[in-house]
Design a protein around this ligand. Structure first.
Ligand code: GLV
Length: 326
């Protein structure tokens, strides 16, 4: 008998076709996120789940789904999943690292360039029919080239962001829980710095750490005060890494120059203070959202799930200990 699975949000046809070869699939192609009760009810008789960062997988949900053996997240970040609770119940959890590194790094760069050169602000001006002609001192931005790029979180995506900096002749500094290997530093021409030093020196601060209790409000009022008044902050990793209320205040009073944001606390109900600010460029959590990358992420998650449910070890298993519980 094929294992039964729930796909909690809309996915691509080829993802469903692949899953259907191996599983009995219930799919929410209507795409409205299920609340916890509906999710528990639909998952009650399932062996596997393919989910997204909008689904919360916690101890209460797992308790209601005794058959569940595997949870495949269509994302590299997995702060929506309680990994310890999964492990305790012998539920394998997987994510989709690697396939989205380049697209996510591109988006961080798009936010950097757009914020530095005020692209969304000037576009609104043109669309409103307010452009009256060229002026020497009009819409002055700041240079990205030859500036200092500070990357907080030098994992896979942080490294791809750093690699692109060579084309802009930038100085790259980074902070990370652990210093990366000397050959990586050499290849990326990146200098290790303490977070304090990085915040004080960088013209662009890009956050690329995963969200956890440890990184909650990593950047708050105190940290923003230590940045240059000309600095631009980019958050393309996870809401909650930045204290958004503190950032709104820092942008309002000129503590820093600007921010490019793809992620927010309480998505999609972001802090309304951002909407009134011209110095921010806003995007709706689209870091990995290119046609090719989202297809690759969905297929990676599907392959993780099928492997887990056929008794194998999925390539992107987050909790190897879960296997020992079974
Ligand atoms: C998207 O935010 C992801 O974690 O993949």
């Amino acid at each position: 008998m094929k294992p039964k699975i729930l796909v909690t949000r809309e996915v691509f046809d080829e993802t469903l076709d692949y899953l259907a070869q191996h599983c009995e699939v219930e799919a929410n192609q209507q795409d409205a996120a299920y609340g916890p009760d509906v999710l528990a009810q639909r998952l009650g008789d399932k062996d596997g789940m393919m989910c997204c960062l909008t689904d919360r997988v916690d101890a209460a949900l797992l308790a209601a789904c005794p058959r569940l053996k595997a949870v495949a997240n269509i994302a590299v970040g997995y702060n929506n999943i309680d990994i310890a609770a999964c492990t305790a119940r012998g539920v394998m959890a997987t994510n989709t690292p690697g396939v989205l590194d380049d697209s996510t790094a591109d988006l961080a760069w798009a936010l950097m360039l757009a914020t530095a050169r005020r692209i969304t602000e000037v576009e609104s001006h043109i669309r409103a029919g307010q452009w009256t002609g060229w002026r020497l001192k009009q819409w002055l931005g700041v240079d990205v080239h030859h500036a200092t790029l500070g990357i907080i979180g030098m994992g896979r995506i942080g490294q791809v962001i750093a690699r692109r900096a060579a084309g802009f002749d930038m100085k790259v500094i980074y902070s990370n829980r652990n210093r990366v290997a000397p050959e990586i530093e050499r290849r990326l021409n990146a200098e290790y710095a303490s977070r304090e030093d990085l915040l004080a020196r960088a013209d662009f601060v890009v956050l690329q750490v995963p969200y956890s209790a440890e990184t909650h409000h990593l950047i708050g009022a105190a940290e923003l005060k230590t940045m240059k008044p000309t600095a631009i902050l980019i958050n393309s990793t996870r809401g909650g890494v930045v204290d958004d209320a503190a950032l709104v205040e820092a942008l309002k009073d000129g503590t820093i120059r600007g921010a490019g944001l793809d992620v927010f606390e309480n998505e999609p109900r972001l802090n309304p203070g951002f909407l009134a600010l011209k110095s921010v460029v806003l995007a709706p959590h689209i870091g990995s959202s290119t046609e090719a990358t989202r297809r690759a992420m969905a297929m990676t998650a599907a392959q993780n799930l099928v492997t887990a449910l056929s008794g194998g070890t999925p390539p992107n298993l987050l909790n190897a200990e879960a296997n020992q519980k079974r």
